[in-house]
Design a protein. Structure first.
Length: 210
């Protein structure tokens, strides 16, 4: 059982919390821990479309806008990988989504304040000590752990998909089969579900004009 009290614990390790982890790890006065139930960093693997790019240039990486000389910047990543010149001459500063994911995975490997394969099962608060206690379980072994902290940072991200209800979509989707009226309008697992939704999307495009 862990008894150390952290200044803060962050739940969820997506790009936002990963950036925070990069920025605080060098600060010895701050004790931080970042927890995620996944096995490792993998940013929306179901949305890694072949030619999809980021909507912001590479300067909006994990650290550069807050700390331009940080060793975990994207520029340092491609320098370490030997890609800095090829990146410079390709005439686009917008990263591929896969490229950004690989950069984030590289940054995560450099950090010691990340704890993957850890699921938060409950959180309690003790008003007498002003501390939170996180009751966690190892997703591989089932072993229980407790972590205490002064502050919590929540970065669990959006749900993997959102639905348009049958009632809300009826007027638009009147030609679609009834059992298909529940439309996945935002699906972060699209690549895994692609073959299942192709026919549905074809019927939808006949009904909805963008």
């Amino acid at each position: 059982m862990t008894t150390k009290t952290y200044d803060f614990i962050a739940i969820g390790i997506g790009p936002f919390n990963l950036g925070l982890a990069c920025l605080v790890q060098p600060i010895k006065e701050i004790a931080s821990l970042f927890i995620d139930q996944k096995a490792g960093f993998n940013w929306h693997p179901g949305m890694m479309l072949e030619s999809s790019t980021m909507q912001t240039p590479f300067m909006a990486d994990l650290v550069t806008l807050a700390s331009p000389t940080h060793p975990l910047s994207f520029l340092n990543y491609i320098k370490q990988k030997g890609h800095i010149y090829s990146f410079y001459i390709r005439e686009s500063f917008f990263l591929m989504r896969k490229e950004y994911n690989q950069y984030c995975q590289w940054a995560a490997e450099q950090l010691s304040n990340l704890r993957f394969n850890t699921r938060v099962e409950n959180i309690s608060y003790d008003a007498s000590t002003s501390l939170y206690t996180l009751h966690c379980a190892d997703t591989l072994t089932g072993q229980k752990h407790q972590f205490s902290c002064k502050k919590l940072v929540l970065g669990t991200g959006p749900p993997s998909y959102r639905h348009i209800s049958k009632n809300a979509s009826r007027s638009l989707l009147r030609t679609v089969l009834p059992q298909q009226l529940e439309l996945l309008c935002k699906d972060l697992n699209y690549m895994k579900r692609k073959s299942n939704v192709t026919n549905f999307v074809g019927k939808l495009l006949k009904t909805v004009s963008f």
